[in-house]
Design a protein around this ligand. Structure first.
Ligand code: RNT
Ligand code: ZN
Length: 421
């Protein structure tokens, strides 16, 4: 689209929102401050560089074999750079512990160190992005029983506690060097396929393991640990140790950050309505924005009602600064760069719409018991010209406007990813 047309649409949109009492320029400024934590693992189907040909286990699965996945750190960085260049704003990259720069050596999980992530830290600094971190409790022989931190075997628990301890040190070092706390997400796959009798015992073990490692205090200036629950995984259909109640209890008791993954609850249970409750009881919340599709929890994020509801609750809560938006999905059946860009742009579009809501006006109707008016405005807002604002924001930021990113991704595929085999 021509620049003048984009500008005209932008000016019109500003006026239309102003008539509802909304400052659209301010909404774009707020959107621009939203730093999304982009998961590194969409680029390579959660393979990592510890044992790239190993099997992905732990109840998660990537399906599809679309050509062009990143096979090396260099390729992964190249892909992430492409992604960053196709989206407006400043974002973060979330690494998993298996994505270290191991220099061709096998470095086991209980031996990883900050030095294995130094090249990532340097790269991030150069690109102007911040990093987040995830310990990796899956795709490993010592998780074959289905348990890690909650295993009955003390040797297995010891191994994973050491992994967790080291991951915290790595994340803290990242945080120190980037001058901004690194969010360290802890998700373990522990659970069982079928009727489990020792539910309490395993949960007690998990509590003890976490208590032991997390008792080592590290300043939240560098590190923020966050814990992620799940309802079930592939092969852990009947029992998952780290359930919602477990981690909600643990986070509240220990004043910790809680991660809510949009795909980790019952099929009709969204995470949007959890935010206003959890904000009252935990210091901060991390989101794994994802899209559950039947039994899979990790489809590419799209602009659907769930995403809109999450965004609205973030904004309406008035605590956007306490909620960290991260992405977590992996689709190996389509162009992976495209998967990133579609998901990130959709998350931004949802947030922009939420930021453009005349919330005070809606609250006034609510207080006056004018519920028809509230409903009518909520419907009218859906058709407001927010796309003109998003397009103009992209234009200002020097990134493709509208559907123009599709062609760029096709070109990147032609020149780069299709040549990988
Ligand atoms: C798994 C969790 C977890 C992972 C990533 C790879 O169900 O959602 O966050 O997806 O750590
Ligand atoms: Zn997740």
């Amino acid at each position: 689209m021509k620049e003048e047309l984009l500008k005209k649409a932008f000016v019109d949109a500003i006026e239309q929102y102003a008539s509802l009492g909304v400052d659209a320029v301010k909404a774009i400024e707020q959107l621009d401050k939203l730093s999304i934590s982009i998961h590194c693992w969409q680029a390579d189907d959660v393979s990592g560089f510890e044992n790239p040909d190993g099997e992905l286990t732990g109840g998660i699965q990537t399906t599809g074999n679309y050509p062009g996945k990143a096979r090396t750190i260099e390729e992964l960085k190249e892909d992430l750079e492409k992604v960053i260049n196709l989206i407006p704003g400043n974002h973060r990259i979330s690494l998993h512990a298996t994505y270290g720069d191991f220099g061709g050596e096998f470095v086991d999980r209980d031996l990883i160190e900050p030095k294995h992530f130094q090249s990532w830290i340097d790269w991030a600094k150069e690109k102007g992005v911040k990093l987040d971190f995830n310990s990796t409790f899956f795709s490993h022989d010592k998780a074959n029983s289905g348990y890690t931190l909650a295993d009955f075997d003390p040797e297995i628990r010891k191994f994973w506690k050491e992994h967790l301890r080291r991951c915290r040190l790595i994340a803290a070092e990242i945080g120190r060097q980037q001058g901004d706390a690194c969010i360290h997400n802890i998700w373990i796959p522990d659970g069982e396929k079928d009727k489990t009798v020792s539910r309490y015992e395993h949960r007690k073990l998990l509590q003890e393991s976490l208590d032991e490692v997390l008792s080592e205090k590290i300043s939240t200036e560098y590190l923020k640990d966050t814990i992620e629950c799940k309802l079930f995984g592939i092969g852990s259909e009947s029992y998952v140790v780290g359930s919602h109640e477990f981690y909600m209890g643990y986070a509240v008791k220990n004043n910790m950050v809680l991660t809510l993954d949009a795909g980790h609850f019952h099929p009709t249970e969204g995470i949007a309505d959890k935010l206003s409750s959890m904000l009252l009881f935990v210091p901060e919340i991390t989101l794994h924005v994802s899209r559950p599709e039947r039994w899979d929890s990790d489809h590419v994020v799209i602009l659907n009602d769930d995403l809109m509801a999450i965004s609205q609750e973030i904004v309406r809560s008035g605590h956007m600064d306490r909620i960290h938006m991260g992405l977590d999905y992996f689709d190996a059946s389509i162009n992976r760069i495209g998967a990133y860009v579609v998901g990130i742009r959709s998350a931004q579009k949802a947030m922009l719409q939420a930021l453009l809501e005349p919330t005070d006006k809606l609250r006034d109707y609510e207080k006056q018991d004018k519920r028809f008016e509230r409903l009518a405005y909520l419907e009218e807002l859906k058709a407001m010209p927010w796309t003109a604002l998003y397009n103009y924001y992209c234009l200002q930021q020097g990134v493709p406007v509208g559907d123009a990113y599709i062609k760029e991704i096709q070109e990147y595929e032609e020149q780069i990813t299709s040549k990988r085999n």
